[in-house]
Design a protein around this ligand. Structure first.
Ligand SMILES: [Zn+2]
Length: 91
């Protein structure tokens, strides 16, 4: 079962989350940006020429594609669950 943790916020304001799971080739973890529109649990879906939210499919600025590599300026504790984040605990 995959688990999603909200790690923190970059200086740019983007929120970084991480998904961890176990695939056929073993454990994996992927960091990505949460979409601002509805905190979808992944971004970067191929949609036309750009980036779209995986929850509502609205097109998003390209900055929400790709992988986070910047320092987090706000860290949500040791990382909180996606449901906590959506509930406004860390907003
Ligand atoms: Zn959305």
């Amino acid at each position: 079962m995959d688990s999603v943790t909200v790690l923190g916020r970059e200086a740019s304001g983007r929120v970084v989350a991480e998904i961890r799971g176990v695939g056929q080739k073993g454990p994996y973890s992927i960091q990505y940006y949460l979409t601002p529109c509805c905190a979808a649990d992944a971004t970067g879906v191929s949609y036309g020429t750009g980036v779209a939210c995986r929850a509502c499919y609205r097109e998003l600025p390209e900055v929400f594609g790709g992988r986070p590599d910047g320092e987090l300026v706000t860290v949500f504790g040791d990382g909180i669950g996606l449901e906590q984040f959506r509930a406004g605990v860390a907003s």
